[in-house]
Design a protein around this ligand. Structure first.
Ligand code: UFG
Length: 322
């Protein structure tokens, strides 16, 4: 069924890929983005674009009548969330509550929300199921968890059909849509910057973790697979329920393994140096995504790290040539 949807943050990395896939599937999409971190030229062709705040601009649009909102717009730098927490409580939590109130006012039925593995904090079990305790170790994760709680109560009280998707480490690219953060903190794009010559070396944050090679382990998921889960989520959302799904491949790769894969894909030697641990980084974060597979019928198609890095590299090279 074709739906009329608003995508907040549709000029950003994950939001633009999801918008492109929603359009391809025949849905009608209006992108709302304040361009604080997104790029106007990343809004996919075929989407209507409204520049503005994720709550205010969306509230004005909702009166036109929409089937649902996919809410990606957020502040997402873990380090910044510790030094400037207000930006995360206001920018993430307060914005989301205003958005929920506007959806309630206009009777908008469905919500798909970008949550995060950071809601779990330092895991007690691995891979992490959705039933694991949520003990975020940073304000970013705490802000996303607070929104998850708010969504649960709005769904129960007001009949909202809601799904939160807890992303593990998103990477890769989809056609002309990929990662282009002005402040880049993520491992794969930083390593690829060494391959392009924009950076001299990559720092390995911690070599004394209790892992096979001493470096931290993460579950990397292709952004196209992540987007597919959003398409399934918006279709499966059920009135009065808030469902939560972890999205990852269930396999962890260490920082050293990621760097090695980047060397393999780019043919560049990529110098790496040891550096202290980054504050708040758990040793291992791997998702148990059985629930998304079973209930949504989600099946990642690009689980291979080599494929994920290759797509990120092609995107990086194409942009450099453009
Ligand atoms: N790392 C390095 N060197 C770098 C950058 C990162 O060694 O220059 C390491 C990190 O310490 C970490 C791993 O590479 O061990 C992955 O780091 P990323 O910054 O790419 O990703 P994170 O696992 O820290 O964070 C991601 C999301 C966050 C989210 C978190 C948990 O980007 O938004 O997963 O879900 F909060």
């Amino acid at each position: 069924m074709a739906l009329k949807l608003i995508v907040t943050g549709g000029a950003g990395y994950v939001g633009s890929v999801c918008t492109a896939k929603l359009l391809k599937a025949g849905h009608e999409v209006v992108v709302v983005d304040d361009l604080s971190t997104g790029h106007a030229d990343a809004v996919p062709e075929g989407a209507r674009f409204v520049e503005g705040d994720a709550a205010d601009a969306t509230a004005s649009l909702l009166a036109e009548g929409f089937d649902g909102v996919l809410h990606f717009a957020a502040k997402s730098l873990v380090g910044e969330s510790m030094s400037d927490p207000g930006k995360y409580w206001r920018g993430n939590v307060f914005t989301a509550i205003r958005l929920l109130d506007a959806m309630r006012e206009h009777g908008t039925a469905r919500l798909v929300f970008s949550s995060t593995a950071a809601t779990y904090g330092e895991p007690e079990v691995s891979p992490i199921p959705e039933t694991a305790p949520t003990q975020p170790t940073n304000t970013y994760g705490a802000s996303k968890l607070a929104i998850d709680h708010a969504i649960t109560s709005y769904a129960r009280a007001h009949g909202l059909a809601a799904v939160s998707l807890r992303y593990f480490n998103v990477a890769g690219a989809y056609g002309r849509y990929g990662e282009r953060h002005t402040t880049e903190t993520h491992l794969i794009p930083l390593v690829l910057q060494v391959a392009t010559g924009d950076r001299d070396q990559i720092q390995i944050f911690g070599e004394d973790y209790p892992t096979s090679d001493g470096t931290a382990v993460r579950d990397y998921i292709h952004v196209a697979d992540l987007a597919d889960a959003h398409l399934l989520a918006v279709q499966h959302a059920t009135a009065g329920e808030h469902r939560i799904y972890n999205l990852g491949n269930g396999t962890g790769f260490s920082v050293r393994q990621v760097i090695e894969t980047c060397r393999d894909v780019t043919g560049h030697e990529i110098p790496a140096v040891a550096a202290p641990r980054r504050a708040g980084d758990p040793a291992v974060l791997v998702a148990a995504s059985d629930r998304a597979r079973e209930e949504l019928g989600w099946k990642p198609e690009h689980a291979d790290l080599h494929d994920i890095v290759s797509d990120a590299w092609h995107f990086t090279e194409k942009r450099r040539r453009a």
